[in-house]
Design a protein around this ligand. Structure first.
Ligand SMILES: C[S@@+](CC[C@H](N)C(=O)[O-])C[C@H]1O[C@@H](n2cnc3c(N)ncnc32)[C@H](O)[C@@H]1O
Length: 255
């Protein structure tokens, strides 16, 4: 099984277990109203101020959201853009999104393979966005591949805003690191059900086993380098060296 198949299997499994919780894992007891309200609240507190500071219009013809999940934030874009292309690698997540937002006519829900945006043409999108997605992607190379794809799909002058894990500092104590290290090593060896059993025995969440949950942490300077060498111009980097690092910028007009 290759890494794309592993990511898809894991996210489909999380969607079946409790999609809202694995999308917005800071809370367990979401209902549909609180779940969608959290999406608009994130838009207003995280997205809108940064776009404003960067001089990027929050309205336009068409935007793309990578890793839309069950569409927690997608309607916030649907209200501000004429058309939204919402992408996810999990068919189960997309199924939930389509059911929840059946009335929404300007959102196209599409499944991607997990490593590129091959389903999209080059040079037409006004805005590319991604939140709580790249932090779960297992390798730097896959994250860099997506960043190159953002710039390919954007029109010259179009904008990007995405969050990634920029922290190399451990977020748990040494016991936690040891336990998750053992669980993740089993997962990486392809022993998925053994790794989940080990997680359960250690009192950990079995659905969070493996590198499709705790993805690659990446130094902001490396992200900047990929953006700059692919025609991107950075307007703001925030939260560098933290798990909630954000990068906003535009595709240069000559690129
Ligand atoms: C934590 S959820 C966040 C969903 C949404 N961005 C939000 O904030 O509500 C992560 C989503 O990213 C998707 N995802 C994970 N890895 C992906 C990849 N390599 N390519 C595309 N989508 C991915 C998962 O299926 C899941 O729906």
């Amino acid at each position: 099984m290759n890494v794309n198949e592993m990511m898809r299997r894991d996210w489909d499994d999380r969607a079946r277990r409790d999609a809202f919780h694995y999308i917005a894992s800071w809370k367990r007891d979401w209902d549909i109203n609180s779940f969608l309200a959290s999406g608009e609240s994130d838009y207003l507190t995280l997205v809108s101020p940064m776009l404003e500071r960067c001089g990027v219009s929050a309205n336009g013809e068409v935007m793309v959201e990578l890793g839309c999940g069950a569409g927690r934030m997608t309607p916030s874009f649907g209200r501000r853009y004429k058309r939204v292309v919402a992408l996810d690698l999990s068919a189960e997540m997309l199924e939930r999104a389509r059911q929840i937002h059946a009335e929404q006519q300007n959102i196209l829900w599409l499944r991607v393979g997990g490593a590129d945006l091959a389903c999209l043409a080059s040079g037409w999108a006004d805005f590319m966005f991604s939140y709580l997605v790249l932090q779960h992607v297992p390798t730097e190379e896959l994250v860099f591949g997506y960043i190159r794809e953002f710039l390919r799909v954007l029109r010259p002058g179009g904008a990007f805003l995405f969050q990634f894990n920029g922290s190399h500092k451990p977020t748990m104590n040494s016991r936690g690191r040891l336990a998750w290290g053992a669980v993740d090593a089993l997962w990486a060896a392809g022993l998925v059900s053994v790794s989940r059993t080990a997680a359960r025995l250690l009192g950990l969440d079995p659905a969070a086993a493996g590198k499709s949950w705790r993805g690659a942490a990446i130094e902001a300077a490396r992200i900047v380098s990929v953006l700059c060498s692919n025609g991107g111009e950075i307007r703001e980097l925030a939260g560098e060296n933290t798990p909630m690092a954000w990068c906003c910028g535009v595709k240069k007009t000559g690129a």
